[in-house]
Ligand binder design. Structure first.
Ligand SMILES: *[C@@H]1O[C@H](CO)[C@@H](O)[C@H](O)[C@H]1NC(C)=O
Ligand SMILES: *[C@@H]1O[C@H](CO)[C@@H](O)[C@H](O)[C@H]1NC(C)=O
Ligand SMILES: *[C@@H]1O[C@H](CO)[C@@H](O)[C@H](O)[C@H]1NC(C)=O
Length: 390
């Protein structure tokens, strides 16, 4: 028989292995990259090549272990660099930097102050290359300067101010036109967002409405976002995918409107999203990657567009064949524990096995599912360990 502490620590070990998350992002040439998927990193090339062939293995030295929960990644378009948060569970405050041109990795240390790297949602501002994050309802920023490789001195997370939103708010954040859009703010009606104006460091007191052409509204509910890039300049549109995946809403902040795309084939509140100029990509919690083509300004083409698998990634890293980063025998159900997080636009750290369910940004509809899956992971991990140790 095992002593209780031994079993508990083995289970904790198994569970913490079991919640690693991959991440998808674009580089500045809009090659689709998947990181930490089946333990490796992949380049699926540009959109016209996604539906056949096999992605290129770009795994190389200096990369993070991709064993973190709620890993998020963000394209710094001007620098062709991708920044990662929570890609190394032993060093949760590290920002890992992938220089997509040099194909090299480095690790940027940060000083967190009161910023909690286990519970936040963030955007990377396009023009200033500054992260803004809401953590426990306090807004922080982290200035990445022009970094394509880590600076030897640590960067400081700076406290901006408390948000004007209720402490219960589970942040849903999206970037467009140097404005952070906060969706699903309590007491803000469906179809409207609250705004933080980055250049003036100012929470706009009025909500902004973004009606659909028929006068209807996107729902006031939790979800994920991804900002579409433009061929030049800052983002003007972002996708909002409610947790039920019923539809994709594209919010245009230039003309204050919303139009719709088909909801993703896989309805997955734990999926993460990334957008280029011409596609929205979903990485679901089994590791499957799919996309819907997008053409800005062509509402009827967009309304009829359909989701398809990024077959090139499926060929290289079949979904569900192992968990994100680890290949241990106890991790079969790991992918289901995927925390929500979105690629270039924002990421939410979910409460997983290793953090409390009371964290500010735990998805309000997701916590129970995460915990349920974690229990499943514990049980299967326990069975695997018992089988192994007998
Ligand atoms: C590294 O950080 C220091 C202090 O913030 C700054 O003065 C310097 O410019 C940075 N170096 C690079 C290469 O960004
Ligand atoms: C969008 O709404 C804002 C605030 O209500 C307004 O200032 C702006 O003119 C609107 N833009 C358009 C194109 O209607
Ligand atoms: C707003 O602009 C977008 C992008 O060009 C376009 O798809 C949409 O139809 C426009 N909406 C309105 C109400 O003008």
């Amino acid at each position: 028989m095992f002593s209780v502490p031994t079993v508990v620590s083995l289970l904790l070990l198994a569970v913490s292995k079991a919640v690693a998350d991959p991440c998808v992002a674009f580089d500045a040439d809009f090659n689709l990259l998947a990181f930490g998927l089946n333990g490796k990193d992949w380049n699926a090339g540009q959109q016209d090549s996604w539906t056949s062939g096999s992605a290129t293995d770009i795994t190389t030295t200096g990369r993070p272990p991709f064993d973190g929960t709620g890993t998020t990644c963000y394209l710094a378009q001007f620098f062709n660099a991708i920044y990662f948060m929570n890609a190394d569970k032993s060093n949760p405050s590290d920002v890992h930097i992938y220089d997509a041109a040099a194909k090299s990795w480095s690790t940027q240390k940060t000083t967190t102050g009161n910023f909690d790297p286990s519970s936040f949602n963030a955007i990377l501002d396009h023009d200033t290359n500054v992260f803004y994050a809401l953590s426990h309802n306090e807004l922080y920023f982290l200035d990445m300067g022009g970094l394509k490789a880590a600076n030897s001195s640590a960067l400081d997370w700076q406290d901006v101010e408390k948000s004007p939103y209720p402490d219960s708010y589970q942040p849903v954040m999206a970037l467009a036109q140097n404005h952070i859009h906060f969706l699903d703010v309590p007491d803000v009606p469906a179809g409207s967002a609250d705004i933080f104006v980055i250049h003036f460091s100012f929470f706009q007191p009025q909500s902004q409405s973004y009606p659909l052409p028929d006068g209807s509204a996107f729902p006031a509910t939790h979800g994920q976002t991804a900002s579409f890039f433009q061929s030049e300049g800052v983002q003007q549109e972002f996708a909002f995918i409610p947790d039920d995946g019923s539809q994709v809403y594209v919010i245009n902040v230039e003309n204050n409107s919303t139009h719709t795309l088909a909801g993703p084939t896989t309805k997955d509140a734990k999926a993460q999203y990334a957008a280029s100029i011409t596609a929205l990509v979903q990485l679901d919690s089994t590791g499957a990657v799919s996309f819907i083509p997008y053409k800005q300004g062509d509402d009827s083409t967009n309304a009829n567009a359909a989701w398809a698998s990024v077959a090139k990634i499926a060929a290289a890293a079949p979904a569900g064949s192992s968990s994100a980063a680890s290949s241990g025998s106890a991790t079969g159900t790991a992918a289901s524990s995927h925390a929500s997080g979105t690629g270039a636009a924002s990421g939410t750290i979910q409460s997983g096995a290793t953090s409390s369910t009371g964290s500010a940004s735990a998805g309000k509809d997701n916590g129970a599912m995460t915990n349920a899956v974690s229990v499943g992971a514990v049980v299967s991990a326990a069975m695997a360990l018992v089988a192994f140790l007998q």
